[in-house]
Design a protein around this ligand. Structure first.
Ligand SMILES: N[C@@H](CCC(=O)N[C@@H](CS)C(=O)NCC(=O)O)C(=O)O
Length: 219
C-alpha cells in the first residue's frame, strides 16, 4: 500500500487530496515539521523532519515523502504527478502531450508562484497585515504575482481548466500552490476567472475531505 509521510497540515495535503480523488488507499505517517515543535530533538519528541529515522528517507528533512512499492519519492509535485500517471485517469495524462503540459503547469506553480504566495501567507494574517515590513513584503510579492496570474487568468478564461478541458493533477497542483495567496483579496479580485476556478477546485468532495482532515489536526 502507498505510504505518505507528512501531516496533513503540510504539502502532503496535495497528495492526500489526489488520493481522495482517485479513491486510492494509503497509510499516513504523520511526520510533523520540526519548526512547529518546541524541541524537535528531545527524546520524547514526535516523529518530525529532524528525526534520524525520517532523515534516512528524506535527507533534505522535508515532508512530504511517499513510498510506493520500492520507490521513495520526495517533492510534493513530483509525487502527485507520479501518482496521477500511474493510477490517475482521468486526472493524469492521456498521452505525452498532456503529460508535458501537466509538467509545464506544475513547474510554473513551483517556480513562478509558490515563493511569493508563501510570502503572502506568512505575512498576511487573517486579512490583517501586521507590521510595516510585513506590509511591504506582501505588496512586493503581490506585484510579482500579477504577471503569472494574468497568464493563468487568460488560460482559464479560455479553457476552463489547465489541461485537456477537465480537472487534472495540473489543476490540483496549481490550486494548492495558489491557495497560499488566496486570502489576499486585493490581489485575487483582479483575477475573477482564477478565483472561480479555485472555488470550483476546492468545492470538489475530495478537496473537502482532505480539508476536514487537515482542520482536525492540531494547529
Ligand atoms: N519543494 C518541497 C518543499 C517541502 C517543504 O518545504 N516541506 C515543509 C513542510 S510543507 C517542511 O517539511 N519543512 C520542514 C522543516 O522546515 O522542518 C515540496 O514541494 O515537497
Amino acid at each position: 500500500m502507498l505510504t505518505i509521510y507528512g501531516v496533513t497540515r503540510s504539502r502532503a495535503s496535495r497528495i492526500i487530496w489526489l488520493c481522495h480523488e482517485l479513491g486510492l488507499p494509503f497509510r499516513q505517517v504523520p511526520v510533523i515539521q520540526a519548526y512547529r515543535l518546541p524541541d524537535p530533538d528531545a527524546p520524547d519528541a514526535p516523529l518530525n523532519t529532524h528525526s534520524p529515522d525520517f532523515l534516512k528517507l528524506s535527507p533534505a528533512g522535508a515532508v512530504p515523502v511517499i513510498q510506493d512499492g520500492d520507490l521513495v519519492l520526495s517533492e510534493s509535485l513530483a509525487c502527485t504527478l507520479h501518482l496521477a500517471r500511474k493510477y490517475g485517469q482521468p486526472f493524469g495524462p492521456a498521452d505525452a502531450v498532456e503529460d508535458a503540459l501537466m509538467l509545464q503547469w506544475s513547474f510554473y506553480a513551483a517556480t513562478a508562484i509558490e515563493q511569493d504566495a508563501l510570502t503572502i501567507l506568512f505575512n498576511h494574517d487573517k486579512g490583517q497585515i501586521q507590521s510595516g515590513a510585513a506590509q511591504a513584503s506582501v505588496a512586493h510579492a503581490a506585484e510579482r504575482l500579477i504577471r503569472p496570474l494574468r497568464v493563468l487568468e487568460d488560460h482559464i478564461a479560455r479553457h476552463g481548466h489547465l489541461v485537456g478541458g477537465r480537472f487534472t493533477v495540473a489543476d490540483l497542483n496549481l490550486a494548492e500552490v495558489l491557495r497560499y495567496a488566496q486570502g489576499y483579496g486585493q490581489l485575487m479580485e483582479q483575477f475573477p476567472a482564477v478565483m472561480a476556478w479555485l472555488d470550483d477546485c476546492q468545492a470538489r468532495p475530495a478537496f473537502r475531505k482532505m480539508w476536514q482532515e487537515r482542520l482536525a489536526e492540531p494547529e
